[in-house]
Structure formats: C-alpha cells, structure tokens
Design a protein around this ligand. Structure first.
Ligand SMILES: NC(=O)c1ccc[n+]([C@@H]2O[C@H](COP(=O)([O-])OP(=O)(O)OC[C@H]3O[C@@H](n4cnc5c(N)ncnc54)[C@H](OP(=O)(O)O)[C@@H]3O)[C@@H](O)[C@H]2O)c1
Length: 224
C-alpha cells in the first residue's frame, strides 16, 4: 500500500489555532489540490480528534472528479476511516452523516462491542489490537479490502504514530504565509521518536507554488 500524508501548516508549523473554530490554513488552490489528491485515493484516514474538532465531511467536492471515479468503476468517494481508543465519536458528526462513502472505524477490542452498537448502520467498526490500535493490523485489513492508496490527513497524534512506525511513503506539506504562534495550538507533530532526523533526512522531490502557499513533497530517503 502507498501511504501519503498531506497537511496544511502555518509558517511556524501549526495545524490549527487553539480556538473552538477551525482555522482555515489552506487557500482555494490548495483545497482544490487536496480534492484532486483525494480523488486518486482508495481511502482517507483521520484521527478521532479531527472528527470531533473539525467535523469534516471528508468527501470529494468536484462533481467532475466524482463522475470520473464512477466511470472508471470506482466508488464515487474514497472510503472514510477514523481510529479511536476512547470510542468518543458522535453518530451525528459529518464523518458519518455526509455523503455516500463507505465508513470504517478502527478501535481497540475493549470498546468494540459498545461502539459497534452505537454506530450500527453508520459505519463498520473493526477492532485492531487489545488496548492499543495496531496500525499494521489496520493496514492489513485495508489491504484485504483492496485499498492500495491511502491518504492520511491528520491530525498530529495520528500522523506522529504513522511516522514513528515508518509507514508514510510520501509527505506533502502545504505552508501558508502566516503565523499562529500559540503554544496551546496543535503543531504538525506531537512528541515521538521519529526515524527521520539529521542523519536520516527525507528526500525532497518537488516544490510547487500554490497561490500564496508552497507545497513541499518528500519521500523516504531509502528507495521505496
Ligand atoms: N491543517 C491540517 O492539514 C489539519 C489536518 C487534520 C487535522 N488538523 C488539526 O489537527 C488537530 C487534531 O489533531 P490531534 O493530534 O489532536 O488529533 P488526531 O490525530 O486527529 O486524533 C487523535 C485521536 O485519534 C485516535 N488515534 C489516532 N491514532 C491512534 C493510535 N495509533 N492509537 C490509538 N488511538 C489513535 C485517538 O482517539 P480517541 O481520543 O478517541 O481515543 C486519538 O486521541 C485539530 O485541531 C485539527 O484542526 C489539521
């Protein structure tokens, strides 16, 4: 499976501010690039905090792209995926209610029964791991469903875990020309031992100006 991480950050590396409202970091062109990228994916994954905080629909916006997918025999939208240990997900969130996409919630075994009952008819609930989410088991399950391209959209906790385990093949970071400068706000990553450091750098493979933003694309240094 090929796993891409894409995010938008402020100049100083924040994903959001600390207010209740979602901070809009992207510009119109970046949103459109994300829509294009989503249209090429089999599935899109976000952490449960992003479901709670941003309440995203996680759907394709472009009718043309949706039509192209349908014409080529794919589902109109990529599968929506989230993961949770707490099970604190509202059945009313847009993740579950918006659009015709398939939805999967990966959780730990200790909360499986209750969550399955609560999300009945809204999403498939799958336990991967007893008390911790086992990302490798999660990816194996997705592979068995034919998922070959996965977009990890965030947030920080989720992405840090994927990076720690060396699971991201390609990283796309869209940088906006403003600062957040608020230490209560989430940064791109949380603390963690990530196997990319000064001695093992990511390989920059593209830089692209997207209006006032710049998108940097990296791959692992090792040959993928
Ligand atoms: N700018 C951007 O491109 C962008 C994109 C996405 C998100 N964001 C921002 O990122 C912020 C949210 O980031 P975040 O770090 O707080 O949260 P997050 O990564 O969205 O979600 C973290 C939660 O997901 C579950 N989870 C994720 N990985 C897990 C694992 N390996 N094992 C067990 N549970 C796991 C847990 O849910 P439970 O707590 O339910 O157990 C965990 O608390 C929001 O402010 C959002 O606006 C920005």
């Amino acid at each position: 499976m090929y796993i891409i991480k894409r995010c938008a950050v402020s100049q100083d590396g924040y994903l959001d501010d600390s207010s209740e409202e979602r901070l809009i970091i992207s510009n119109k062109k970046d949103f459109d690039q994300v829509d294009e990228l989503r249209s090429q994916m089999d599935a899109i994954l976000i952490g449960a905090n992003t479901v709670r905080k941003d309440n995203p629909r996680l759907l394709l916006e472009s009718e043309f792209r949706k039509r192209q997918r349908l014409d080529s025999g794919q589902r109109g939208h990529p599968i929506k995926i989230t993961l949770t240990k707490s099970g604190d997900l509202s059945p009313d969130s847009n993740f579950f209610t918006a659009g015709q996409a398939d939805k999967i919630v990966y959780c730990t075994a200790n909360i499986y029964e209750g969550l399955k009952e609560r999300l009945k008819n809204l999403a498939e609930v799958i336990a991967v791991g007893q008390e911790e989410i086992n990302l490798k088991a999660l990816l194996e399950d997705l592979e068995a469903r034919g998922v070959k391209k996965l977009l990890v959209e965030g947030g920080a906790g989720t992405v840090t875990e994927f990076l720690k385990q060396g699971l991201i093949n390609e990283l796309q970071v869209a940088i906006a020309p403003f600062f957040v400068s608020d230490n209560k706000a989430p940064r791109f990553l949380v603390d963690g031992q990530i196997p990319f450091n000064e001695d093992n750098r990511l390989r920059l493979i593209n830089e692209e100006r997207v209006g006032s933003m710049i998108v940097l694309t990296y791959k692992k240094t090792a040959v993928d």
